[in-house]
Write a protein that binds this ligand. Structure first.
Ligand SMILES: [Zn+2]
Length: 221
């Protein structure tokens, strides 16, 4: 079965749940992959249909969120956008470019899901609520291990987002939601990769075989 691969031509559209005005409200999200705020995880020299191929773990930030909001709720909506993210978590380990597996669709027709930010009752979590349509076909299929890696990524990102969000909210009680969002964004973009690198190094130092080494290379990449 051919699965399709993500290129920078793809767009993400979906519906996230975020806290606003004291309750949880669905927010429409829409973002092209070729977006100014991204973590650079796309192949610089490998293209599909002339567009750069997207690698597993590609993440966009400052994702536009739209919801019905009163003017007084706009600062909260702004804070949601500042700390937002959308990530391509599913890839095929056997198809890579520049050393990193490429991000792929879930289904044969190219439908894929991105791991999007949510903030239900003030806790940040990640859920696959961003839909994508991949366009570049390659004759391959993903393995159970690829799905397992995507699941571990979901759990890790959710646990980290929840934990760091709780910590910032608890320690930054005197700060506004916007200031806290900026701190959360800084932690997820600058501090999280450093922690992941540290865990990875520790994981390789105490390597117990290919499975654990795989885990450190794929989930934390
Ligand atoms: Zn969101």
């Amino acid at each position: 079965m051919p699965v399709k691969f993500q290129t920078m031509k793809v767009e993400m559209a979906g519906m996230d749940m975020h806290r606003i005005g004291g309750g949880n409200r669905p927010h429409s999200v829409l973002c092209p992959f070729d977006w100014h705020s991204n973590n650079g995880k796309f192949a610089k020299t490998v293209t599909g249909h002339t567009y750069a191929m997207v690698q597993r773990g590609y993440q966009m930030g400052f994702v536009p969120h739209v919801t019905i909001a009163k003017p007084s709720e706009l600062p909260e909506l702004g804070a949601t956008i500042v700390s937002s993210s959308s990530k391509s978590a599913l890839g095929v380990a056997t198809v890579s470019a520049e050393g990193t597996p490429l991000a792929c669709s879930v289904s044969e027709n190219g439908m894929g899901v991105n791991l999007n930010c949510q903030s239900v009752s003030g806790n940040s979590v990640k859920a696959p609520t961003g839909f994508t349509e991949a366009e570049f076909p390659i004759l391959t299929r993903y393995q159970w291990s690829d799905l397992y890696d995507a699941l571990l990524t979901t759990l890790w990102d959710t646990a980290f987002g929840w934990g760091s969000g709780q910590t910032v909210d608890r320690l930054g009680k005197g700060k506004s939601p916007q200031q806290r969002s900026i701190i959360k964004k800084f932690i997820s973009e600058k501090v999280k990769p450093i922690i992941e690198k540290g865990i990875k190094r520790l994981g390789h130092a105490t390597d117990r075989g290919p499975t654990s080494s795989d885990f450190f290379d794929t989930v934390l990449d």
